[in-house]
Design a protein around this ligand. Structure first.
Ligand code: PEP
Ligand code: MN
Length: 382
C-alpha cells in the first residue's frame, strides 16, 4: 500500500555512487586529529561515500562524554575539503540544525531518541525549512512504525525531499545478543509506506559489538537496503563513546569487501527487486515461526515440571480437544483449511510431548507409549 508520502530516490543524493552507499566514521568527534586521521583512511579505502561523526551526543546517563559540540564543526568541514567525502552529523534541536548548515554539513541524521519525540522532530523540521539537505531519520527507540512514518512526514512537510530511513534496531528490557533488536519487518513495511524511500542499516547500534557487524550488514543487503552506516575509529580501544562496537577503517574495508551483493542487473530488475523484498518478508516470518515454537515448547516444559513437582499426570484429554477445536475455528476464520490446521497441531503436539517427556524422564509413561495414546486421541498436554 502506497501513501501520498513520496521522497526522491537515493540516486539523486549528493555522494551516492552505487549500492551500498557507505557512511562511516566515529561515534563521536573527539579531537581534530582523530577525525582527520579516520577520515583520511576511510577516503583512501575508496569504499566510503560519507563521513559521519556525532558532535552533540545523546548519552543515556549524565556525566559521560557528551560530544565536542560546535567546536568540532570546522573539523568536519576540513574532512570535506581534504578528502571529498560528504559529511554527516546528528541534530537534535534547531540550534544544531543552524550550526550544521552554517558549516556545510551535507547530510543530517535524527537520532533514535529524537525520532520518538514529535516535538523534537517538529522543531528540527521547522529549522530545516528552505534547505536542500539530505535528512536521515533513524527508527524510534521503540518498535512503532507510525512514529517513524510521522517523523518522515514532518520533515517532508518542511519541504525536504531527500529523506532516508536508518534502521538501528529497537531497545528492549530483555537482554539479547543485540544491543538493539533488529525488527526487519518494520523498515520493510516503512518502505511500502513511503515511495522511493532509501533504507540504510546501522549494524553498529544494532550489534553493540564488532562480532556481528558483517552478518547484519549482509542481512540488510539481502533485504535490499540501499546503504550502511557503520561506526569506525582510528583507535576504537580509546574511543570516548561506543568503544565496543567501533572498528578501524581497515576492518570496515574488509567488511564492505566481504559483502555478497545480490543485485540483479537484469532487464527486469524491478520485478526481481520486488520479489526479493517479498522473499525477505517470508524469511522473517519463518524465523518468527521458529521463535514462537521454541517459546511454546519452553512453556510445555514448564508445565511438565510443574505437574511433576505436584505429582500430576501429564494426560489431559479434555484440554487438548478444546485447544484443537478453538484453533481450527480460528484458522478457518483466517482462511486456513481445517486439514492444514489439524495436521499442524498434531505435529506441534507430538514435538511438545517429546519435550515434556524429557522433563518427566522418570514418568510412568514412556514416550512411545505416550505418542501411541495421542494417535488414539488421548491428550498428554497441559
Ligand atoms: C549514533 O549514531 O551515534 C547514535 C547516537 O545513534 P542512535 O540514535 O541510533 O542511538
Ligand atoms: Mn554511537
Amino acid at each position: 500500500m502506497k501513501t501520498s508520502i513520496q521522497v526522491e530516490p537515493i540516486t539523486s543524493w549528493t555522494h551516492y555512487k552505487k549500492r551500498p552507499l557507505v557512511i562511516s566514521g566515529p561515534c563521536s568527534a573527539e579531537t581534530e586529529e582523530q577525525v582527520l586521521q579516520t577520515a583520511r583512511e576511510l577516503a583512501a579505502s575508496g569504499k566510503v561515500d560519507i563521513f559521519r561523526a556525532g558532535i552533540w551526543k545523546p548519552r543515556t546517563r549524565p556525566g559521560t562524554f557528551e560530544g565536542m559540540g560546535s567546536a568540532a564543526l570546522p573539523w568536519l568541514k576540513r574532512v570535506k575539503e581534504e578528502t571529498g567525502l560528504g559529511i554527516a552529523t546528528e541534530v537534535a534541536n534547531a540550534k544544531h540544525v543552524y550550526e550544521a548548515l552554517k558549516y556545510g554539513v551535507d547530510h543530517l541524521w535524527i537520532g533514535a531518541r529524537s525520532t520518538a519525540n514529535p516535538f523534537v522532530v517538529q522543531e528540527i523540521a521547522d529549522a530545516l525549512q528552505g534547505s536542500d539537505i539530505t535528512v536521515l531519520v533513524k527508527n524510534p527507540i521503540n518498535p512503532e512504525l507510525e512514529l517513524w512514518v510521522g517523523a518522515i512526514e514532518r520533515i517532508k512537510k518542511a519541504g525536504i525531499t531527500k529523506i532516508g530511513a536508518i534502521h538501528r534496531g529497537f531497545s528492549s528490557y530483555e537482554k539479547t545478543a543485540f544491543r538493539n533488536i533488529p525488527h526487519w519487518l518494520i523498515p520493510v513495511e516503512l518502505k511500502q509506506r513511503v515511495e522511493n524511500l532509501p533504507l540504510i542499516c546501522d549494524p553498529s547500534h544494532i550489534c553493540g559489538n564488532r562480532t556481528l557487524l558483517l552478518e547484519i550488514s549482509q542481512k540488510a543487503m539481502d533485504l535490499n537496503f540501499d546503504g550502511l552506516m557503520i561506526e569506525s575509529h582510528i583507535d576504537p580501544s580509546v574511543a570516548l563513546s561506543d568503544a565496543a562496537q567501533q572498528v578501524t577503517p581497515r576492518t570496515l574495508t574488509c567488511i564492505i569487501n566481504r559483502l555478497v551483493m545480490r543485485n540483479p542487473e537484469s532487464t527486469d530488475s524491478h520485478f526481481l527487486n520486488v520479489l526479493e523484498e517479498l522473499r525477505g518478508k517470508i524469511d522473517i516470518y519463518d524465523e518468527q515461526l521458529i521463535d514462537i515454537l521454541e517459546k511454546r515448547m519452553n512453556v510445555a516444559k514448564s508445565i511438565a515440571r510443574y505437574k511433576k513437582e505436584n505429582s500430576i499426570t501429564i494426560l489431559q484429554t479434555k484440554r487438548w480437544a478444546e485447544v484443537v477445536q478453538k484453533i481450527v475455528a480460528l484458522g478457518e476464520k483466517k482462511g486456513l483449511s481445517n486439514a492444514f490446521v489439524n495436521d499442524m497441531l498434531r505435529l506441534i503436539h507430538q514435538e511438545s510431548i517429546n519435550h515434556q517427556n524429557q522433563v518427566m524422564n522418570d514418568a510412568r509413561i514412556g514416550s512411545e507409549e505416550l505418542e501411541e495414546k495421542v494417535k488414539n486421541g488421548v491428550s498428554p498436554t497441559g
